[in-house]
Design a protein around this ligand. Structure first.
Ligand code: CAA
Length: 257
């Protein structure tokens, strides 16, 4: 692994990002956040992007939080700037037009949990530990946790986690809907490979349309959201993917997207 704070690997448009500070359990400092923002500059400019997978370097942590050493001496305005940079960067990650999936391979705490929450979904290895322990440090979550966590797991469970700071294991994270799947750590790479194949093989415009429909629709009333779905569904028929996908079905062959 190189010394870049964010390691980037491209597999035919499915891009894997690795937060690469294993000695600090991949804690998010200003350098990591700036590197993620710079990576997003490149990803946002790509028309061939199909999906993004994000994980942490090493076998112990996804991301163990924002960097406590860096935050310790910050003033309130400096803390506001730090959170602002991180929030804006996570918003850009979330807004990528393709699926963004967190591969949670260990500690997923504080800013790490907030990074996972900015992804479309998350899968976890069975050694993963989740939590928003900020109150134990005398602060509250600052990278979106108080807002995205209740939207993912409901307000009561979010309040439980953000006010007690308790940590939960991967199975509890699965039960409350924080992650979609749990698997032995040794199987996480197989899952990543399978996902790379699946997301890389589906119709790219259809995948983008499906993400857009869910994301944009969630902010609208049901009637408007259903109308949005109809528009995006119809738009599929204006491109070549629909003809190829449906022809492949009729001709009993695999589609070539
Ligand atoms: N920031 C900076 N350094 C961190 C870190 C963090 N969030 N988490 C771990 N590290 C560093 C440790 O300081 C240690 O460094 P040294 O070897 O130089 O001492 C190294 O990573 C390994 O960590 P530990 O020795 O502590 O490993 P452990 O196995 O004993 O414990 C742990 C693992 C339970 C995850 C523990 O490291 C821990 O509690 N980390 C902090 C978790 C946390 O509180 N996260 C929330 C941060 S606040 C936040 O994120 C605010 C926000 O919303 C923006």
């Amino acid at each position: 692994m190189s010394e870049q704070p964010i390691e980037v690997q491209d597999n035919a448009g499915v891009v894997r990002l690795t937060v690469n500070r294993p000695k600090a359990l991949n804690a998010l400092n200003s350098d990591v956040i700036a590197a993620l923002a710079a990576t997003l500059d490149e990803l946002e400019a790509r028309n061939d992007l199909r999906a993004v997978l994000i994980t942490g370097a090493g076998e112990k942590a996804f991301v163990a939080g924002a960097d406590i050493t860096e935050m310790r001496d910050k003033s309130a305005p400096q803390a506001r700037d730090f959170a602002g940079q991180a929030l804006a960067t996570l918003k850009r990650l979330e807004a990528l037009p393709v699926p963004v999936v967190a591969l949670v391979n260990g500690f997923c705490l504080g800013g790490g949990c907030e990074l996972a929450l900015a992804c479309d979904w998350a899968v976890a290895s069975d050694n993963a530990v989740f939590g928003q322990p900020e109150v134990l440090l005398g602060v509250i979550p600052g990278f979106g946790g108080t807002q995205r966590l209740p939207r993912r797991v409901g307000p009561a469970m979010a309040l439980d986690l953000v006010t007690t700071g308790r940590k939960i294991d991967a199975n509890e994270a699965l039960r409350i809907g924080l992650v979609n799947r749990v698997m032995p750590q040794a199987e996480l790479e197989d899952y990543a490979a399978e996902l790379t194949k699946q997301l890389g093989g589906n119709g790219p415009q259809a995948v983008r349309g499906a993400k857009q429909a869910v994301h944009d629709g969630m902010d609208q009333d049901l009637d408007s959201a259903l109308a949005l779905e109809t528009s995006l569904f119809a738009l599929c028929f204006a491109g070549e993917e629909q003809r190829e996908g449906m022809s492949a079905f009729v001709e009993k062959r695999k589609p070539n997207f």
